[in-house]
Design a binder for this molecule. Structure first.
Ligand code: HEM
Length: 437
């Protein structure tokens, strides 16, 4: 290192630092970015931290200098406490080995085999929604994506048991960013731990059943997976990975689908183009092959990912000191790379607040001018393992909605973005829903 100049910034109040502004000020990162640029220093959750913004900074964290960073040391302790010893908080060889074991269950022929169940469940929900007439879409998508995740990832039945489990996950998710660290039964964290225990109890049974009688779901593949040296995951690992996949596999997709439906309702011209693309394909039934022939829907989904990324950023612990733009960051600090603000930089995306799927048209390709510009699923060797699963699921749901249904926003609702625990319109998006004439 040439010098020891720390990044610019403030450390805030003793002990709590700038934690409250980080949690409650939606413009926390943006304000400091305007003042200090692509790297700034702060103190949150009791630790010195830097935020890094922009494609170059993101590439640095996710790829070119990733060996300076640890996931385990980065994510807040509540993540480890509530989500267990799973891929999300593993590093090094342990992570590589487990990722290799999980990958086949989320890609290739296994993924293709999920198409049928995703579509069947989608159609069941569409009929239910039509009968209901009015719905809160965030809640409904949560049930649908959870049913899809529990059937395809765990092989369990949908219905009452899945609804109970989905409720437990909601309580667990509320605890991930709980400010109060007390673990009493009445606190958010206490309730989240109780929910975690019930989920673990349930998953212990399910793992046992899949070991005795493997079916065609992701967990059954994991139960049978062997590494090159013949080793397999322990029961404890299997339970933790199943817990993570179920959690990560529905919260985020729910958020993106809700924003998709809101943006389509607010932009009739985009909605019509997306419908026209579907109508051209609709002489035949939806199929896996057809999913690859929807370039405009791909653009719309990319724009939703850009403007409303469900995960606003990622956390890492610094395990080797590093230098970025002449600033020195010591080991032991925390780093957060910003997905949300990187997606809003006008030098990458002109008029960034404007919802414009044509940014991703073959003529414009704004995200290809610099690498690591569209990072809603992270990037580099640890890019989201469920990216293909999530994209397939969202396309199936969107294709059916566009071909056969219409929806109108109900009056008197708050559409502002609520950031925690996941990004969504505050009232969950209330709509009137009916079959398309
Ligand atoms: C719209 C849907 C989704 C979004 C926006 C999303 C976003 C992300 C992001 C941003 C990361 C990287 C976080 C970081 O760098 O710190 C990530 C990692 C991960 N995601 Fe997703 N995700 C989605 C769906 C899914 C699904 C469906 C699954 C599983 C069924 C999943 C499982 C995971 C796992 C296990 C990781 C950690 C991967 C590793 O460390 O190797 N995600 N996701």
């Amino acid at each position: 290192m040439n010098n020891y100049r720390l990044p610019p910034g403030q450390t805030g109040l003793p002990v709590i630092g700038e934690s409250l502004s980080f949690l409650f000020d939606p413009h926390f990162i943006e304000k400091r970015y305007c003042q200090y640029g692509s790297i700034f220093r702060t103190q949150i959750i009791g630790r010195p931290a830097v935020f890094m913004i922009g494609s170059e900074a993101v590439e640095f964290v996710l790829s070119s200098h990733m060996d300076h960073f640890s996931w385990r040391e980065g994510w807040p302790d509540n993540f480890k406490l509530l989500l267990g010893e799973s891929l999300f908080v593993q590093d090094g060889e342990e992570h590589r080995k487990n990722r290799r074991l999980i990958m086949p269950a989320m890609h290739g022929t296994a993924l293709d085999s999920y198409f049928g169940a995703m579509e069947t469940l989608t159609q069941q929900y569409l009929q239910k929604w039509q009968q209901k007439g009015e719905l809160v879409w965030y809640e409904e998508f949560k049930h649908l994506t959870f049913d899809i995740a529990s059937q395809l990832l765990l092989g369990t039945n949908t219905g009452a048991e899945a609804a109970r489990l989905s409720q437990l996950f909601t309580t667990l998710t509320d605890g991930l960013f709980a400010v109060n660290p007390l673990r009493f039964p009445g606190t958010k964290l206490g309730k989240a731990i109780a929910a975690r225990n019930q989920i673990l109890h349930y998953l212990t049974q399910v793992v046992k059943e899949r070991q005795e009688n493997p079916t065609k779901d992701a967990l059954s593949l994991l139960v049978q997976a062997r590494d090159e040296d013949g080793s397999r995951m322990s029961d404890r690992e299997l339970i933790a990975q199943a817990m993570l996949l179920l959690f990560a596999g529905h919260e985020t997709t729910t958020a993106m689908l809700t924003w998709l439906c809101l943006e389509l309702a607010l932009h009739p011209e985009v909605l019509q183009r997306a419908r026209d693309e579907q109508f051209e394909l609709a002489s035949q039934e939806l199929s896996l092959e057809q999913l690859g022939k929807m370039p405009y829907l791909d653009q719309v989904l990319a724009e939703v990912e850009r403007l409303h990324p469900p995960v606003a950023g990622g956390f890492r612990g610094v395990v080797k000191p590093f230098e970025f733009h002449g600033y020195y960051v010591p080991a032991g600090w925390m780093v957060s790379y910003s997905i949300k603000l990187t997606h809003q930089l006008p030098e990458i995306y002109p008029k960034p607040q404007h919802f414009d799927p044509d940014r991703f048209s073959p003529q414009r390709q704004e995200h290809k001018q610099r690498s690591y510009s569209l990072i809603g699923f992270g990037g580099g060797p640890r890019i989201c393992i469920g990216i293909a699963f999530a994209k397939m699921e969202m396309k199936i749901i969107a294709a059916h909605l566009l071909r056969n249904y219409e929806w109108k926003l109900l009056p008197n609702q708050n559409l502002e973005d609520t950031r925690f625990p996941t990004s969504r319109p505050k009232d969950g998006l209330r709509v009137q829903f009916q079959k398309l004439n």
